[in-house]
Design a protein around this ligand. Structure first.
Ligand code: ADP
Ligand code: MG
Length: 499
């Protein structure tokens, strides 16, 4: 293939593909790979891309963007074909999930452990401190109350690893996203591979029913509440950009149990429409069985009075997804504590602990002690080998490279550093794909993939009623970007093509 310059048009039969983007050598290689593996070339890319976008809209793989009118929906950015992912690593992560569900659920009920892990974070980070205050306020009463976890554990392949070959990036216990859309992305990829005439792809694309599996968790919690006229409450943002994902879960709930009414309310609406009577939670006069948070994982989601709302919900008998305990169990500081020698064995049998520990990346606390001082020095001396992570969710918060170094220089000797952890930077292998985005030319590029495995757990106190795997998602980003916020436009939905 010849080098194609910006705005150059290439004619292939009747189709004219206007490659209004420059292909740098990296992108050229990606395009060559796509041609070789899947038969994508200059002549069919444009048609495939239009088809794939319509298929995405047809399947509800959609989001809102803030620059378009409220009712407009565009496809969520996605990769045009599935990305190769080693079956062995995929299976390893899948096999861990029920143990991770159990581990996080148990930690949610272990006040001492949470206190021990989070003591220094709480001193510095007001957001974590606010959640912990609610935990303490309700801990005795709620420890025996049922709670629901819709969890996602994320992994990057570890290019240099001689060990398992994947490293865990984090556990998401609140508002874990994209389980609603992931099965449809598999359908989209199936459709594209059929169009391309690829043979025998079905066995390479693992079955994925995450939308329904996650919805089943909500339905089971609703069932457990034992009031057939009670509703499920989704707590949502003022403007939900990731709307297709949330609706997919909502509609899967209705498909499983048509009796369930799903309410969608913001914290602002709950200020006037929420009441608790005899420990029962009511929203707009309707009793609520399950509260599913799709918001509430960052400080900006709360006005001062919304903390009171979260406390009221937590105090009520409604089943929380997640409870504040489970929210705290998903913090980065808990992840770091679990990586310390002997910690996993407190909760898991030795052989399971060994298996899980093998996917842990090295992590360093930045507490105000000698080990913390050493970690600051380590990070500053080798910034490219680490990621500096605050106790935040939602992407875009981490620091890398020179930023990391100068930031540690600034806060490295202050208490502020306790709100961060230092983590070994995992360097995943590069895969070729082509990212499709609304109103942009298809972009062949090298990407890296992050695998998310979903799990569901429902229990009360030390009794666990359900604990199961709930499918997966692959999220990919161009190698030119450090983080892959999909709705923010840096990443793309993908699906694994097992090799
Ligand atoms: P958040 O809760 O904000 O999503 P994450 O821990 O998932 O925080 O980090 C966001 C993104 O940053 C990840 O999806 C991944 O792309 C990147 N990242 C996080 N930790 C590492 C790491 N140790 N090595 C390489 N990349 C990382
Ligand atoms: Mg996260």
């Amino acid at each position: 293939m010849s080098i194609i310059n910006q705005n150059q048009s290439v004619t292939h039969g009747e189709k004219i593909l206007n490659l209004s983007f420059a292909l740098n050598p990296n992108e050229m290689t990606a395009f060559e790979d796509l041609k070789h593996t899947f038969g994508i070339h200059e002549g069919n890319l444009s048609v495939l891309s239009e088809d794939a976008k319509d298929f995405a809209l047809h399947k509800g793989i959609v989001m809102r963007t803030l620059d378009l009118p409220k009712d407009a929906r565009v496809p969520v950015p996605f990769c045009i074909v599935p990305s190769c992912f080693p079956q062995k690593l995929f299976d390893y992560a899948v096999e861990l999930q029920q143990h991770i569900n159990y581990l996080l659920y148990t930690i949610a009920h272990s006040k001492e452990f949470l206190q021990e892990c989070l003591a220094s974070t709480i001193e510095t980070d007001e957001f974590t401190a606010n959640i912990f205050k609610i935990y303490e306020a309700v801990e005795k009463r709620n420890n025996q109350q049922p709670s629901l976890g819709l969890i996602r554990s994320d992994y990057l392949m570890n290019h240099d690893s001689e060990d398992v070959g994947i490293k865990q990036i984090e556990n998401n216990t609140i508002a874990a996203s994209f389980g609603g859309l992931s099965p449809s992305v598999r359908d989209l990829h199936e459709h594209i591979l059929e169009k391309l005439g690829v043979k025998d792809f079905d066995c390479k694309m693992p079955f994925n029913d995450s939308a329904s599996d996650l919805a089943k968790g909500v339905v089971m919690a609703w069932d457990y509440y034992e009031n057939k006229s009670a509703a499920v409450l989704f707590v949502v943002e003022e403007v939900t950009t990731n709307i297709g994902d949330q609706r997919a879960i909502e509609y899967a709930i209705s498909e499983l149990e048509s009796q369930i009414e799903v309410l969608r309310c913001t914290f602002a609406e709950l200020r006037t429409h929420l009441k608790v009577l005899d420990n029962k939670l009511y929203v707009k006069e309707k009793e609520v069985a399950v509260v599913y948070y799709r918001v509430g994982y960052m400080p900006e989601h709360y006005e001062l009075q919304d903390w009171e709302t979260r406390l009221e919900i937590e105090r009520s008998h409604a089943i929380k997804c997640p409870s504040v305990g489970l929210h705290l169990a998903g913090t980065k500081k808990v992840q770091l504590c679990l990586a310390q020698p002997g910690m996993l064995e407190r909760f898991l049998p030795c052989e399971v602990a060994d298996k899980l520990r093998r996917v842990f990346a090295s992590q360093y606390s930045l507490d105000m002690d000698e080990a913390g001082d050493q970690a600051v020095e380590l990070g500053m001396a080798n910034p490219s080998q680490f990621v500096l992570k605050p106790e935040r969710e939602g992407g875009g918060n981490n620091k890398y490279g020179e930023d990391l170094r100068s930031f540690l220089q600034e806060i490295g000797s202050t208490q502020q550093r306790q709100a961060y952890i230092l983590m070994e930077r995992v360097i995943p292998p590069v895969v070729s794909n082509c990212i499709i985005q609304s109103n942009k030319a298809p972009q062949p590029c090298s990407i890296t993939c992050e695998l998310g495995i979903y799990g569901v757990i429902l229990g009360s106190g030390d009794k666990i009623y359900y604990n199961y795997n709930a499918g997966h998602v692959l999220r990919s980003k161009a190698t030119s970007s450090n983080e892959g916020g999909i709705v923010a436009g840096f990443g793309a939905l993908d699906s694994p093509y097992l090799t």
